[in-house]
Design a protein around this ligand. Structure first.
Ligand SMILES: *[C@@H]1O[C@H](CO)[C@@H](O)[C@H](O)[C@H]1NC(C)=O
Ligand SMILES: *[C@@H]1O[C@H](CO)[C@@H](O)[C@H](O)[C@H]1NC(C)=O
Ligand SMILES: *[C@@H]1O[C@H](CO)[C@@H](O)[C@H](O)[C@H]1NC(C)=O
Ligand SMILES: *[C@@H]1O[C@H](CO)[C@@H](O)[C@H](O)[C@H]1NC(C)=O
Length: 377
């Protein structure tokens, strides 16, 4: 009898425990779904709060994602191309993606955007948090310099998959709410999507900052002496941003790299001609607001090429404009004459405009060293 009742009690306990876990499990499932939904609603709500006034442009805020062009697979030799080039060809026609994070008032509104003298447009990718943090504290700090405004934005796509993608989005949301400096679109942030990123930025600029005087278009791993840059741009006598300017590290007589092993491989299926127009190497270049808008207009009728720096030059060429060489822009790094000289001697960096490739701690240190009032060169 006793044994029987104990058995029954145990059975009931088991049943109850089972039911409890089942409820917990279902609740968790429900919770997970709920959280994801809330996350989406939150993003959408945020996006609509940030919706720019639609009176000036017919911009559709939330483009549905672009579908791949299945016929790309018919291109001769398609199957023998590397995966990222196939991915590029499938999506070559895509120019609109939903915006995830926006800063429509970065320039104080389209009409007031001429008050921004230098807009720093920095290509970054979601995982480069450390680089963004150090740039915010150094050359990309938003400030008034020599009486004019410097403003900053980072331009990004998305990265990772699943939880990793969610974590990176959350990170960017946090950074954005603190610093108000992130433009993010819902496309894969990959090297062969850099031209797409550039075009999306120019479209954004036409809507939000069309009269900005000058732009520095650069990567998040360059050292840019933005103080010098402002002073150089102010010294241009007949250019207040409403005339052509495109200056950087000029590359001439170059063509597509046909070596399939290269990171920059461009097969004939992407670009048939063996030559490129003269272009300024990516990394960093300076342009006027006028030129940026001309490039955007031209881009509408030029097929996308993955190399964004070459693509910008193609747009310039179509408008009959040319880029120029600026000796202060060193996108292949500095030439230091002797091994016995410290390659990080601040005296070499005081007078340049842009130098390619710095790690965050080097950048932080260099920015402080060139501003040291006791620096003697
Ligand atoms: C190309 O691809 C499409 C879609 O995959 C297919 O329907 C078509 O028959 C192929 N051939 C040509 C010449 O377009
Ligand atoms: C799709 O790809 C084919 C082959 O390259 C091309 O002829 C066609 O114009 C593309 N379609 C779109 C919408 O870009
Ligand atoms: C560019 O982004 C689109 C949208 O996310 C993606 O489908 C495509 O694969 C990307 N292209 C490359 C070359 O990674
Ligand atoms: C810029 O300079 C041009 C003359 O070169 C002038 O017509 C224009 O009004 C100026 N723009 C601004 C915003 O000062």
């Amino acid at each position: 009898m006793r044994l029987h009742s104990m058995k029954r009690n145990t059975a009931i306990t088991f049943l109850l425990t089972g039911a409890f876990f089942l409820v917990l499990y279902l609740w968790k499932e429900d919770y997970a779904v709920h959280v994801t939904n809330r996350h989406h609603v939150h993003e959408r709500k945020k996006a609509s709060q940030n919706r720019p006034p639609t009176t000036r442009s017919s911009y559709v805020y939330s483009w549905s994602s672009c579908h791949q062009n299945a016929s790309a697979a018919n291109i001769t030799g398609f199957t023998s191309l590397p995966g990222h080039i196939q991915a590029f060809l499938y999506h070559r026609h895509c120019r609109h993606f939903p915006m995830l994070l926006d800063v429509p008032d970065k320039c104080g509104g389209a009409d007031k955007s001429s008050e921004v003298f230098l807009l720093l447009v920095i290509k970054s990718s979601p995982e480069n948090h450390d680089r963004r943090e150090v740039l915010r504290k150094t050359w990309a700090n938003e400030r008034l310099h020599n009486g004019v405004w410097i403003r900053r934005i980072f331009i990004l796509g998305t990265a990772g998959a699943g939880f990793e993608k969610q974590r990176l989005s959350k990170l960017l949301e946090l950074e954005h709410s603190e610093h108000n400096d992130i433009l993010q679109w819902d496309f894969l942030d990959a090297p062969y999507n850099l031209t797409l990123k550039q075009i999306l930025f120019l479209e954004w600029m036409e809507r939000n900052c069309p009269q900005t005087r000058f732009l520095l278009n650069g990567d998040d791993d360059v050292f840019a002496n933005t103080d010098n840059m402002v002073e150089y741009l102010q010294s241009l006598k007949d250019n207040n941003g409403s005339k052509h300017l495109f200056a950087g590290h000029l590359a001439e007589n170059e063509g597509p790299i046909r070596n399939p092993k290269s990171k920059y491989y461009v097969p004939v299926q992407l670009h048939e001609s063996e030559s490129y127009p003269p272009f300024c190497r990516g990394g960093g270049y300076l342009l006027s607001g006028y030129t940026a808008m001309v490039i955007y207009k031209m881009s509408k009728s030029i097929t996308i090429l993955p190399m964004d720096d070459v693509y910008m030059a193609m747009c310039l060429a179509k408008a009959g404009l040319t880029p120029v060489y600026h000796m202060g822009i060193k996108n292949l790094g500095m030439y230091i004459p002797s091994k016995n000289i410290d390659a990080h001697d601040p005296c070499y960096y005081k007078d340049v405009l842009v130098v390619h490739r710095f790690l965050p701690p080097q950048l932080y240190l260099m920015w402080h060293r060139i501003h040291d009032p006791n620096l003697k060169c």
